[in-house]
Design a protein around this ligand. Structure first.
Ligand SMILES: Nc1nc2c(ncn2[C@@H]2O[C@H](COP(=O)(O)OP(=O)(O)OP(=O)(O)O)[C@@H](O)[C@H]2O)c(=O)[nH]1
Length: 322
């Protein structure tokens, strides 16, 4: 076999590899006209090499932002260095349909690209090669992990029965309100409330109906102050923040809620049967309230007082005169 014969064989193999390799290969000249368009590009774009060759890249693919792509390619021509684009910055260079069977949930193919200089015999770079990698699997699984983390955070911070924050989810809101209102000198009040004799209610009506009551309380709170500011702090204990309300106004809001809780008994007028009622503690934010924790403790003390005074009532925490 002569040397020339082997070289021709090599080129033949190289052409085969170029055609069949599972990455996109595109050679462009300085005017961004296409010189090479391999099998990967043909099968994903449905444009044959015959049709692609000689065409201007930006005319053939109008979705490619010209200024951005030129900025990525010019250093390759001028400095003979490689440059890259990654899917996190721009999901794709060519808008190809996603053809992956497992990660088929995304409509398009995520791509990373490398742009490499092609030197001619006189060492000039008049052509560049754009290599396109399909990274859809990586991008989709990264998005799956992100979504799973989001769901996990939600599970950890939300109460599934009422849809309200749980204590862990609510604490950051409480701390934020505390910090913001203290810094700005704005009024804000905190209310905690606890269903009365709920053990007896559960004992009489069953746990499932007890759950329904808790869920209805959640709806009342969502309607009254919204999901962001209210929480189920524990079994039958709830909390809500009332920005802009001083102690007196917050007491009026708590009383309104207390009456709304009473309305959950409609249809249950029989004497000696447990009724749904709740006791409320209100604490306005005072200048000498040192922490969100102390604020919550003040509301809890007021709630304890309401319980001790006979339940189904509201107590406003009395700050020491300054
Ligand atoms: N149905 C239901 N009941 C719950 C849930 N979480 C806590 N409870 C019930 O709430 C009741 C709380 O009982 P206690 O702490 O004795 O309080 P109480 O009976 O409400 O009495 P006071 O608070 O003193 O008025 C218990 O019977 C718990 O089982 C829940 O998710 N669903």
């Amino acid at each position: 076999m002569s040397e020339t014969h082997i070289e021709i064989g090599d080129i033949h193999w190289l052409m085969d590899i170029l055609q069949n390799i599972d990455v996109g290969l595109v050679v462009l000249d300085r005017d961004y006209n296409i010189h090479v368009w391999n099998g990967f590009m043909e099968s994903h774009s449905a444009i044959s090499p015959q049709k692609a060759k000689g065409q201007n890249l930006f005319k053939l693919f109008e979705e490619i932002p010209e200024a951005w792509f030129r900025q990525k390619s010019e250093p390759v021509f001028q400095l003979k260095t490689r440059t890259f684009t990654i899917w996190e910055q721009r999901p794709y260079l060519f808008r190809f349909k996603n053809s992956r069977p497992i990660t088929g949930r995304t409509a398009f193919m995520f791509q990373n690209t490398s742009i490499i200089p092609l030197e001619s015999l006189d060492r000039q770079v008049n052509h560049i090669c754009v290599i396109i990698y399909d990274v859809t699997d990586i991008a989709v699984s990264r998005a799956d992990v992100k979504n799973a983390n989001k769901t996990l955070t939600e599970i950890q911070s939300k109460d599934p029965l009422t849809g309200l924050w749980n204590r862990a989810g609510w604490e950051p809101q409480l701390i934020q309100q505390f910090n913001e209102c203290q810094a700005a000198g704005n009024e804000c009040s905190l209310v905690t409330f606890d269903l009365d004799n709920f053990r007896a209610y559960n004992g009489h009506f069953g746990h499932q109906q007890g759950d329904q009551v808790l869920s209805n309380i959640g709806k009342l709170l969502e309607k009254a102050v919204g999901l962001r500011l209210s929480a189920r702090l524990g079994g039958e204990v709830f909390g809500l923040l009332l920005p802009g309300q001083n102690g007196e106004q917050a007491t009026a809001t708590a009383e309104k809620l207390r009456r709304a809780v009473l309305l959950l008994n409609s249809g249950n007028d029989t004497p000696n049967i447990p009724k749904i009622t709740a006791s409320f503690g209100v604490a306005s934010l005072a200048k000498d309230t040192h922490s969100a924790h102390e604020w919550l403790q003040s509301a809890d003390k007021a709630l304890y007082h309401a319980k001790e005074s006979g339940r189904n009532q509201t107590t406003l925490y009395q700050h020491r005169p300054s």
